[in-house]
Design a protein around this ligand. Sequence first.
Ligand code: SF4
Ligand code: SF4
Length: 130
Amino acid sequence: MGSSGHREQGSRLAEQEWQCISGCGACCRLDPSLRTEALDALGPGQRATYLAMVGPDGWCIHFDTGGRRCSIYDNRPDFCRVGSLIDLFGQQGEDGNALAINCCKQQIRSEYGGRGKVMRRFLRAIRRPR
Ligand code: SF4
Ligand code: SF4
């Protein structure tokens, strides 16, 4: 999910290693009006799959909003997998780690705020030990 969003300077990102955190799910808000960049990057088949997953509240129908987790995690579509981000949104030579971090930050900021608990947890989780 997501888009390349705001790019940060490489030095800071070099100290960070992407990982998904539990209890987030910001990227599972699929509302097409908020995700035009994501939709534009998908092929026709993927787009149809994506649109079929949008629930009435804009969240993915497979997202467990109470537990904030994917209910079909092992079988989620390829475009939900971080490994697909670079294929969908990356530019040649782009660092997949930095792209994933920036995508998550953008989604988390938009769903939970840039200074909220989820963002703080994410920033702690991706900090590389020195
Ligand atoms: S926005 Fe990032 S951290 Fe949050 S659930 Fe999605 S991949 Fe995981
Ligand atoms: S299939 Fe799972 S990972 Fe993909 S958007 Fe839906 S809840 Fe999120």
